[in-house]
Design a binder for this molecule. Structure first.
Ligand SMILES: [Mg+2]
Length: 90
């Protein structure tokens, strides 16, 4: 089964970039889809995310709860969330 994995960036990816970069590569190699879903405002910028994980899909939820934001904006429902602040997913 192929998974859709939503990975948080600030204080999740950045807590151990080496770990999560290896995780993303391995997940993609296993046929899973990984996207970064961040609570950030788009105006804050995402160049650091693009540099860390080239080519990955990045969703900025503009300070909105993540699951609801994805649903309302036509994104697929993640199978798995990886996040240091699960209260922002809900
Ligand atoms: Mg975070």
């Amino acid at each position: 089964m192929s998974l859709i994995i939503a990975l948080d960036f600030d204080d999740t990816y950045t807590a151990d970039p080496d770990l999560w970069s290896a995780f993303v590569k391995k997940a993609q190699g296993n046929g899973h889809y990984v996207m970064v879903v961040t609570y950030r405002m788009a105006s804050y910028g995402v160049s650091d995310i693009e540099a860390a994980l080239p080519g990955i899909e990045i969703v900025t939820t503009e300070g909105a709860q993540k699951r609801q934001y994805l649903r309302e904006n036509g994104f697929p429902e993640p199978s798995i969330w990886i996040d240091d602040m699960p209260e922002l997913i809900v």
